[in-house]
Design a protein around this ligand. Structure first.
Ligand code: GLU
Length: 318
């Protein structure tokens, strides 16, 4: 397909009756694109941005952008501004000024305090080596590159050691949810991840806590993001439940693979998308989303998106 750049007021596209039909369904829709400013927008992140924009607009909703700059060692100076400019080049313009996670520490602290006061979070004194040793002692040696499952060493206290991080106490049981594209999902977070980190040993807020607090505080009703993030969803749902926050809908978009068929990285094609050619890059992203048949206008792209994803919008969330 070819997608013309969104019109000035993309919330009121002309043509495409299906667009208007669904608008009333999603009057309370709030979506978001939440890039980490570790570099400019690459082809994969543009697909996630376009998908979240299309889903919000196709449901008559609002679309927000949040700069996820809590992991400061990974942030690249100027990358956030570049991303916002690239989005603007593609006419993907948020309905409110973007929020920056680096300015929201008090919200994350309040959430952590609440979890600690309710006995849901606890301090942890373990280093990575300590965790590896504890797992080995339990006869569960950890394979290189595999995620370390926290064995619960500090659940009942740090034993006089200095606290380093804060963790969520995870209860046993499967977490189930419906992904609008991937279908029914489940994860045994206690068995596969263990009590996970909310505030890191280096004092930085963990992605899981920041994203859950922000999604709720911004009233996000649908999370549309890349499939590489799908395995965070169960942890985020547990955290939403612990904080008594609503669970949004989830739709994880197809990953853009590098030339060697592997996940995009700086080595295999995660170059900055050349947004000085917005139509070309938007068309390529639209093709990645399977919007292949309709041509021409934003209204048609929205109608194509709706035809593909409309049924999934009303899926039960668990
Ligand atoms: N900041 C995350 C990233 O850029 C995305 C977080 C999310 O969409 O939940 O990978």
């Amino acid at each position: 397909m070819s997608v013309a750049g969104p019109p000035q007021d993309a919330r009121a596209p002309s043509g495409g009756s299906a667009v208007h039909e669904v608008t009333s369904v999603g009057a309370t829709y709030v979506g978001r694109f939440a890039p980490s400013p570790t570099g400019p927008l690459h082809p994969g992140s543009l697909v996630a941005a376009l998908a979240s924009w299309l889903d919000a607009r196709a449901h008559g909703g609002r679309w927000l952008v949040r700069i996820e700059d809590v992991d400061t060692p990974r942030c690249v100076p100027g990358a956030a501004e570049t991303i916002l400019q690239q989005l603007a080049d593609c006419s993907l313009v948020p309905d409110e000024a973007p929020v920056w996670q680096s300015q929201r520490a008090s919200l994350y602290q309040a959430a952590l305090d609440r979890l600690v006061n309710e006995g849901r979070a606890y301090p942890c004194a373990c280093s990575r080596k300590d965790i590896e040793r504890a797992l080995a002692a339990q006869g569960r040696p950890h394979e290189r590159h595999a995620e370390l499952v926290y064995p619960g060493t500090c659940r009942s206290g740090v034993g006089g050691r200095a606290p380093r991080a804060w963790r969520l106490r995870v209860e046993p049981g499967l977490v189930r949810w419906q992904d609008r594209r991937l279908g029914p999902q489940q994860q045994d977070v206690e068995g596969e991840v263990g009590d996970f980190v909310l505030k890191r040993a280096d004092g930085l807020w963990a992605y899981q806590l920041a994203v859950v607090v922000d999604d709720a505080q911004q009233g996000i009703t649908q999370v549309v993001r890349g499939e590489d993030l799908a395995d965070n969803t169960a942890r985020q749902i547990l955290l939403q439940r612990a904080l008594r926050l609503p669970t949004p809908g989830y739709l994880h978009t197809p990953l853009v693979l590098g030339v060697n068929g592997e996940k995009l990285s700086k080595q295999n094609g995660a170059h900055a998308v050349p947004t000085y050619e917005p139509l070309r890059v938007l068309n390529r992203a639209a093709r990645m989303l399977g919007l292949t048949e309709q041509a021409g206008t934003v209204a048609q792209a929205l109608a194509a998106w709706q035809a593909q994803w409309r049924a999934s919008y009303n899926l039960p969330r668990d």
